[in-house]
Design a binder for this molecule. Sequence first.
Ligand SMILES: [Zn+2]
Length: 113
Amino acid sequence: MEFRCPTCRAPWRRVTLCGRCGTDLTLVMHVARKAWEAREMARELLWAGDQPVEAVRVARTACQLHATPQAHKLLALALLANHQLAEAQVVLASVGGDHAAPPTESRHTPDEE
Ligand SMILES: [Zn+2]
């Protein structure tokens, strides 16, 4: 996901000061780095396959630090690995996509009445 200046939304140019507004991005970059590290740890835990509870915890931390669509999808995967299907569906629905729609009891719509 593209990183942007939190002040003016300018795309990040891999420098510590925003080229548009001069905002110091050091702290934001630090948080984004910690979020990336948490996502990597969650992936490793999922790959190992024997610590799904810890994978969920770490994936939640990653989402709290930097709520990217990828972070939410990783959290959903960790939740699935931990047999938390309902919450995984809620997380996927929050990032959109038809694949995230929970099953419905009926396909009946008001237009059909
Ligand atoms: Zn800026």
